[in-house]
Design a protein around this ligand. Sequence first.
Ligand SMILES: Nc1ncnc2c1ncn2[C@@H]1O[C@H](COP(=O)(O)OP(=O)(O)O)[C@@H](O)[C@H]1O
Ligand SMILES: [Mg+2]
Length: 301
Amino acid sequence: MTTDTTTTVAPTGERVLDARGVTMRFGGLTAVRDVDLHVNAGEIVGLIGPNGAGKTTFFNCLTGLYIPTEGEVRYKDKVLPPKSFKVTAAGIARTFQNIRLFGNMTVLENVLVGRHTRTKEGFWSAVLRGPGFHKAEAASRERAMELLEFIGLENKADHLARNLPYGEQRKLEIARALASEPGLLLLDEPTAGMNPQETRATEELVFAIRDKGIAVLVIEHDMRFIFNLCDRVAVLVQGEKLVEGDSATVQGDERVVAAYLGEPFENAPGDEEIAEVEAAEAHADSADTTTDAAPGKENDR
Ligand SMILES: Nc1ncnc2c1ncn2[C@@H]1O[C@H](COP(=O)(O)OP(=O)(O)O)[C@@H](O)[C@H]1O
Ligand SMILES: [Mg+2]
């Protein structure tokens, strides 16, 4: 593990990300509605919610891929520019729900591409490897190798990215994001498709990233992963933030349970059927009580 050279690490507790009133509409569809969310330095914050809740759209609003219809996003007190490369340069890095690696480039080259916002040679130089590239990039390569060591892929630096097993491709995406020396890392479903061992390893990796002074905001469906990892969890349902709090608060909130079990909310279609089922169950329960209780009472006498 290494200390990086370019990131200014915010003191613990300082607000790194501050999103206020973020709304994103696509025509008639409001994918994200008036969402406030902040991340402090030193924190790991989770963002959960059913499919289609607007989680990825919210990430896209934070990273300049989308310009929010309403609202404002600040990183370390500065309003973010509406361009993703400028957001990366400002200090926010991300991974994608669908892996976006350069499959025909090596593992090391993929990490080097991630460094282009931090080197004066720039993206095309990294891709085309023009004259003098190797010399000029010596420091970058060293740093990229350090990152590969950090995620445990240093022995595969020369492999083509597309030949890596799926779980390792996900880790490589994280290394590439870290190569931009971020102060905040956004992870969109980092354990999707991983086996339980890989998921546990990713948990450790995220803790290690936090320990390097990088705040983390993570979307994930694996609740065990989320509740083990996060200091705070926010729940998005149909584009709106339903609940936010520590693991116990969120896990104990019946609206969250309802959202995850797919139960209809109050007045939603289906209430009548549920009422019928509940009435039938109550009837069955009272019948059970009478038959069970009777012999016991007799014995007590
Ligand atoms: N570029 C887009 N154009 C139109 N609709 C979109 C676009 N991106 C996302 N959506 C819609 O926004 C909603 C939220 O999607 P998404 O953010 O991907 O949800 P999640 O990541 O929580 O599963 C969905 O209904 C999706 O179809
Ligand atoms: Mg998504």
